[in-house]
Design a protein around this ligand. Structure first.
Ligand code: SF4
Length: 484
């Protein structure tokens, strides 16, 4: 017997993080916990919450799912009406307790905590400069450079904040908590979503609106690209960073990452996916009997395809929702064990039929091949695979965990070669133009399809893990250094 790790079941590119901020609402930690619970799909490696009360910050973070990291007792030890929270996957920085967010420090102005979704593309060079001037880093995550920049003496906290933000480039939707204020920031390109909601007398900020629904907050508007919203005793005020030459909203948030019950970029994710599916049906029709999806993220696009094509949409694959962190795999080899653990075919839907199989991406191709084989073995007569975006050819540098270009099947192969590799009877993608026409009126980043990167970046390098020790993650007041 051997362990089969959860990571081996991550078949799609993965969102790095989700963030939430609560201002001026009783039981802020519990609301942040519920918000993180709804954002769990954005990161399942670690979770954390920091709260503020009476001039001090209180934090708890750890490895695992939100429901594993927190219980009633830990939440009761996070007092106050202000909180920030974070769920994480790692792209920069390793899956390690030291890298759990929110990052938290104690410095000359008091406590400071930060939760970040995105990727600072010039973090390595800033870090090198800071280290040469004596700074000591405690984590391997890019976000820590922002904390170091915020700890410098450049005038008021607000002046220092703007100075720090003018030094960093890339994707950052971020919440920052001090004992006196909460700050919500979105980078000028607007890569990752960040939304503002109202709750009673207070405010909520979150990566997606689904976090508002559970806690009864009312969606107000987006934190706009380049906007810095500061909540403090004077209320809420909005300031602006220097604008980007163009916005670069991550179109993959609408295709795959965000939940269909969310509104982001002023678009219903559900409706955007329906339109992508309909566009796919027009662009890549198929002689078929039924449309099925690779659940769950492709369900809505498949529904859009089926409606446009006048075909029935049925559940041909069932996805397991009860996958833990590891599995015991029997010594006797089970073919495609990982995929079988996650998906199982419904013979009654597939047997003897011509299938349109809709998915939202093909990354390496190996998973698609296994799914196609599984559906064929369940009796499907023909399998026509349809992808609700263009071929994924280039890695992302703005907060999505993707393999290097050489490992992306579409980087080195044309569509016909990919079709043969995945063993489908036909394969169709949307073109970039068809995709953009389905979600008009925005300026999107499309770098993973086109290689046209909107913000210059440093070489993608796996960072070295600092230190080998593990620290406990019990709730405690911030000490004189990073409290992780
Ligand atoms: S490269 Fe792709 S995944 Fe990354 S931000 Fe741009 S659109 Fe999103």
């Amino acid at each position: 017997m051997k362990d089969f790790p959860l990571k081996a079941l991550s078949f799609h590119p993965r969102e790095e993080c989700g963030v939430v901020g609560i201002w001026n609402v009783p039981e802020a930690a519990k609301l942040a916990y519920l918000g993180l619970y709804t954002l769990q799909h954005r990161g399942q490696e670690s979770a954390g919450i920091v709260t503020a009360r009476e001039g001090e910050l209180w934090g708890h973070r750890g490895m695992g799912l939100v429901a594993d990291v927190f219980d009633a007792e830990t939440l009761n030890h996070l007092p106050g009406t202000r909180a920030i929270g974070h769920v994480r996957y790692s792209t920069t920085g390793d899956p390690d307790p030291e890298n759990c967010q929110p990052l938290q420090i104690q410095y000359r102005r008091g406590g400071l905590a930060l939760a970040h979704n995105g990727n600072i593309v010039n973090a390595s060079s800033i870090r090198r400069e800071l280290e040469l001037s004596g700074a000591i880093f405690h984590t391997t995550v890019d976000s820590e450079v922002i904390l170091h920049l915020l700890a410098r003496d450049v005038g008021s906290f607000e002046d220092t904040l703007f100075s720090a933000l003018s030094a960093v480039r890339g994707a950052y939707s971020m919440v920052i908590l001090t004992p006196e204020s909460l700050v919500a920031v979105r980078d000028p390109n607007g890569f990752r979503p960040l939304l503002l909601g109202r709750l009673k007398e207070g405010w909520v900020v979150a990566s997606e609106t689904c976090a508002f629904d559970l806690i009864g907050a009312v969606y107000e508007r987006e934190v706009e690209p380049g906007e810095v919203i500061i909540f403090d005793r004077e209320g809420l005020r909005s300031r602006r960073l220097a604008p980007a030459s163009r916005q670069s909203l991550c179109i993959f948030e609408l295709i795959y990452f965000s939940r269909p019950d969310s509104t982001i970029f002023e678009e219903s994710v559900h409706e955007a996916r329906l339109r992508l599916g309909a566009a796919l049906a027009r662009a890549c029709p198929a002689e078929a009997d039924v449309v099925i999806s690779v659940p769950d993220s492709s369900n809505t696009a498949a529904l859009g395809y089926a409606r446009e094509a006048g075909l029935p949409f049925e559940q041909g694959l069932i996805r397991s929702h009860y996958i833990g962190r590891t599995f015991i795999e029997p010594d006797a080899n089970i073919r495609d064990f990982g995929v079988r653990l996650k998906y199982n075919p419904v013979r009654a839907v597939l047997e003897g039929r011509r299938i349109v199989l809709v998915d939202d991406s093909i990354v390496r191709g190996s998973t698609s091949r296994k799914i196609v084989r599984m559906i064929r073995a369940a009796g499907a007569r023909e399998i026509h695979m349809r992808i609700s975006c263009p071929p994924w050819r280039y890695p992302c540098n703005y907060g999505i965990d993707t393999p290097e270009a050489e490992k992306l099947i579409a980087h080195r192969n044309d569509v016909e070669t990919i079709r043969k590799e995945i063993d489908a009877d036909s394969l169709g993608y949307l073109t970039v133009e068809q995709m953009l026409a389905a979600i008009p009126n925005h300026q999107f980043c499309t770098a993973c399809f086109t290689g046209d990167y909107p913000v210059r970046f440093e070489t993608r390098e796996k960072k070295t893990v600092l230190g080998t020790g593990r620290r406990t993650t019990v709730a405690r007041k911030a000490g004189g250094f990073l409290c992780l």
